[in-house]
Design a protein around this ligand. Structure first.
Ligand SMILES: Nc1ncnc2c1ncn2[C@@H]1O[C@H](COP(=O)(O)OP(=O)(O)OP(=O)(O)O)[C@@H](O)[C@H]1O
Ligand SMILES: [Mg+2]
Length: 372
């Protein structure tokens, strides 16, 4: 598929609005990930793209052609669902070729395509087996392969990796990335897993309550989240979001204020006028433990928990009533119960208007002595 365009898509179920107003366009052969929490409308949107559910409002265009009223079989899209149903009485080989034989494709052509897909997905040695003789991950690959033999214009996938263990998830991701490169086909991939989005997407659309919160490359979404919702959704652990205030007048100093703390940062924000109440966002990997006599802005707190992830450690630090996550290479040199000082660089501070949640553009103006 060259392009997919969603234009003002709305879907209601009685009083529930599952998809509120979604407009999105893909470039050629995009790997579009629809990312969002449970209930945000991902599956509903995918089903509308597939033609399994009519939108209440809006249009769906494929290569500029309006397909909103077309039935699924005329859209040339292949779906892979979370709960893939394979035919239990057929071998892997016949499961893979089933869709083609229904379409009266010639025997030799079926053979050629099944072999090709089996090689790509490493299923060659399993062709004679039946689904019950396969592991979950192998079944998942058969389901994927069954969609691929059709050589569709686009793949629509709804959480296709959700039943796999961490290692298989990771290797199947790698497989999907190389598949996308080789096939020159559009992928629309639904997930609530931000790692899926970061690793595979060429474009991510973050959905929240049936609306698109932000569209961008994974790097844009991670580095410049458009709202506190996106900031709090991307990253594991997600960005720390701390209540703060901006000084009034021309002097927009940033003051972190919560019960138990008041920390004035030596940064002035050239922020939008009129906004005083903000959320200060800083990613766990950008909070750095420093010696107590550190010159510069410090947050002081007590270490609560330290989790060891093998290569990294994540510490939870209590600062007054606030709690922040700090992430660093192991050993992070923080111990539970210990007092610590943390610092951050001005370029790693994100500001969001507290009320609307929207990102504020701001230019850090560090105090001269601290400029580095
Ligand atoms: N057939 C239906 N009738 C009524 N409400 C529905 C129907 N299908 C979905 N909904 C509602 O629409 C909203 C979006 O559902 P959807 O299945 O699209 O969410 P999702 O993002 O895929 O969530 P999950 O990650 O849990 O799969 C939910 O509030 C859901 O309860
Ligand atoms: Mg769903």
């Amino acid at each position: 598929m060259a392009t997919l365009e969603l234009d003002g898509i709305v879907r209601r179920f009685g009083d529930t609005t599952a998809v509120a107003d979604v407009s999105l366009a893909t470039e050629r052969n995009e790997f579009l990930v629809l990312l969002g929490p449970s209930g945000c409308g991902k599956t509903t949107l995918l089903r509308m793209i597939a033609g399994l559910l009519p939108p209440s409002e809006g249009r769906i265009l494929v290569d500029g052609r309006d397909v909103t009223a077309l039935p699924p079989r005329e859209r040339d899209l292949a779906m892979v669902f979370q709960n893939y149903a394979l035919y239990p009485h057929l071998t892997v080989e016949r499961n893979l070729g089933f869709g083609l034989s229904v379409r009266k494709t010639g025997k030799q052509e079926i053979r050629r395509r099944v072999d090709e897909v089996a090689e790509l997905l490493d299923l060659g040695h399993l062709l004679r087996r039946r689904p019950k003789e396969l592991s979950g991950g192998q079944r998942q690959r058969v389901a994927l392969g069954r969609a691929m033999v059709r050589e569709p214009m686009a793949f629509l996938m709804d959480e296709p990796l959700s039943n796999l263990d961490a290692k298989l998830r990771s290797s199947t991701r790698t497989r999907l990335i190389s598949l996308h490169r080789r096939l020159d086909t559009t992928f629309v991939y639904v997930t609530h897993d931000q790692v899926d989005a970061m690793t595979m997407a060429t474009k991510v659309a973050v959905l929240h309550q049936g609306r698109v919160e932000q569209v961008g490359t994974p790097v844009e979404i991670y580095d410049e989240p458009a709202s506190s919702f996106v900031a709090g959704f991307m990253g594991a652990p997600p960005m720390n979001l701390l209540p703060a205030e901006l000084g009034t007048g021309p002097d927009h100093r940033i003051v972190l204020r919560a019960s138990g703390i008041e920390v004035e940062l030596p940064y002035r924000a050239a922020a939008e006028p009129g906004v005083r109440e903000v959320l200060l966002g800083v990613r766990p990997e950008h909070l750095v433990p420093v010696p107590d006599d550190h010159v510069g802005p410090v947050l002081r707190g007590r270490v609560d928990i330290v989790e060891n992830l093998g290569n990294e450690e994540i510490a939870q630090v209590e600062i007054g009533d606030l709690r922040v996550s700090v992430r660093g290479a192991r050993p992070i040199h923080l111990a539970p119960g210990e007092l610590t000082a943390l610092t951050m660089r001005p370029e790693h501070i994100h500001l969001f208007a507290r009320q609307s949640g929207l990102r504020l553009t701001w230019e850090p103006e560090p105090a001269p002595a601290l400029a580095s």
